[in-house]
Design a protein around this ligand. Structure first.
Ligand code: PLP
Ligand code: ZN
Length: 419
């Protein structure tokens, strides 16, 4: 934590020492970690980062976690893969997928939890807790187990079976709350006052949210230390969206990118839970909470903690925050699977559909180089695809196969090519 200065209020900019504290005592604004960028600028180099581990910890200088307490189960440095077939289908010249389903618990939440639990251990906590729409619960339970902490996660009682199974397997406590994510989150905010638990998205949230910056860092590094023209980010609390932007800005501030980032950031929400998109479209500075009704359960936060900051990010990057119709979410999942062989969850379906919309309405130009964040995998949200059915059922005979695929007219055996 050599370069960490402390915490600073995002509203009144009062400074605080590093502690398990997330709100300003004066104005109740959220706290954010600050760094000594000048010292960093003269200390870090691209070569040093490139020689680091293939995880988020290659950017340790820009993360608030002491080395001795580091919780590392391999989060980060996921693949940035070109997507030529999807690009062609939606009319883009160059498109990349950032495949965060490749993280240890198959979503980008491993990034934030690695940093949050490292900080939690540093502060002496033995219990890791959170309210979760699913993926965060998976990540907290796994990281806690791997570091010998106990975990207690609070989830809405009607969450997808895959997400519950992928949490209970790690042996932590899973508490189903009769209510929405927002109800579970409100409960956690109350509990943080009375229980000596590290709630990753409450009392250690300033550390948690810094983990999301690594997505911005990696995209720039993996493109050869440059920024793309546009990034499409699925949004729940809005934290990831704001931190991808912070990540790119920091790389410039510490001298790793020669120019300030020109990247336009587009946020994506599902129509059934789109409070930030609604505020953006109505040009408001406040986000009015909604009751989520979306199949994109991992994005179902009706009262987004970083909503107003996300609006700022959209405006300062000339970006936008769009919502996609509920029916288009599965279309987006299937489009990505069909063109690129990637099975994403509903949040990825939201991002891909939003990308298609943005290209369709000219917000992303055909010549732009775009990156879409694929933040989780489809195996956790199988139920949205309905009852799985094979395309055909047959008895095991050649005639049956011929019935499906037509009998071949002439039998052609591929000729042997002489070397
Ligand atoms: C949590 C989550 C997001 C969005 O996270 P926020 O930082 O809360 O906006 C996006 N995709 C997936 C798969 C998630 O689990
Ligand atoms: Zn303040």
């Amino acid at each position: 934590m050599k370069y960490v200065e402390g915490l600073s209020c995002k509203e009144c900019h009062r400074g605080y020492p590093i502690a398990a504290q997330h709100v300003c005592e004066f104005c109740f604004g959220p706290l954010e970690v600050t760094y000594d960028y000048d010292a960093l600028a003269s200390a870090i180099t691209r070569a040093e980062i490139e020689a680091g581990p293939p995880t988020i910890w290659r950017y340790e200088c820009l993360l608030p976690a002491p080395e001795e307490q580091r919780v590392d189960i391999g989060a980060g440095f996921t693949r940035l893969r070109e997507a030529p077939r999807l690009a062609a289908e939606i009319g883009l010249k160059k498109l990349w997928l950032k495949l965060d389903g490749g993280n240890p618990t198959h979503s980008f939440k491993d990034r934030v939890v690695s940093v949050a639990l490292s900080a939690a251990r540093f502060f002496g906590y033995e219990v890791a807790a959170c309210a979760s729409t699913g993926n965060l619960a998976n990540a907290v339970a796994a990281h806690a187990s791997a570091t010998g902490m106990t975990s207690v996660v609070f989830i809405p009682s009607d969450l997808e079976a895959g997400k519950i199974a992928a949490t209970t397997v790690y042996g932590g406590k899973v508490v189903a709350v009769e209510g929405s994510y927002d109800d579970a989150n409100r409960l956690c905010a109350e509990l943080a006052g009375s229980r000596p638990w590290a709630f990753v998205n409450v009392n250690v949230r300033p550390y948690y949210s810094e983990g999301s910056k690594t997505l911005g860092f990696e995209i720039a590094e993996q493109l050869g230390w440059r920024c793309p023209d546009a990034i499409v980010v699925p949004m729940a609390s809005g934290s990831l969206y704001t931190k991808v932007s912070k990540g790119l800005i920091e790389l410039h501030r510490v001298g790793l990118l020669p120019e300030p980032p020109h990247t336009v950031l587009h946020g994506a929400q599902a129509e059934g839970c789109s409070p930030i998109a609604a505020a953006f479209e109505a040009r408001l500075d406040e986000v009015a909470p909604v009751r989520p009704r979306t199949i994109a359960r991992s994005l179902a936060i009706g009262n987004p903690a970083d909503g107003v900051y996300a609006l700022d990010t959209a405006r300062t990057t000339n970006g936008s925050i769009t919502s996609v119709p509920e029916q288009r979410i599965i279309d987006g999942m299937k489009l990505l699977a069909r063109t690129e062989g990637v099975f994403t969850e509903t949040a990825g379906g939201v991002a891909v559909s939003a990308l298609e919309q943005l290209v369709g309405r000219g917000s992303i130009a055909p010549t732009d180089e775009a990156v879409v964040l694929i933040t989780g995998i489809g195996l956790k949200t199988l139920e949205v695809l309905g009852k799985p059915e094979p395309t055909h059922r047959i008895y095991p005979s050649v005639e049956e196969v011929d019935r499906i695929f037509d009998e071949p007219a002439v039998v052609q055996i591929p000729e042997q090519v002489e070397a």
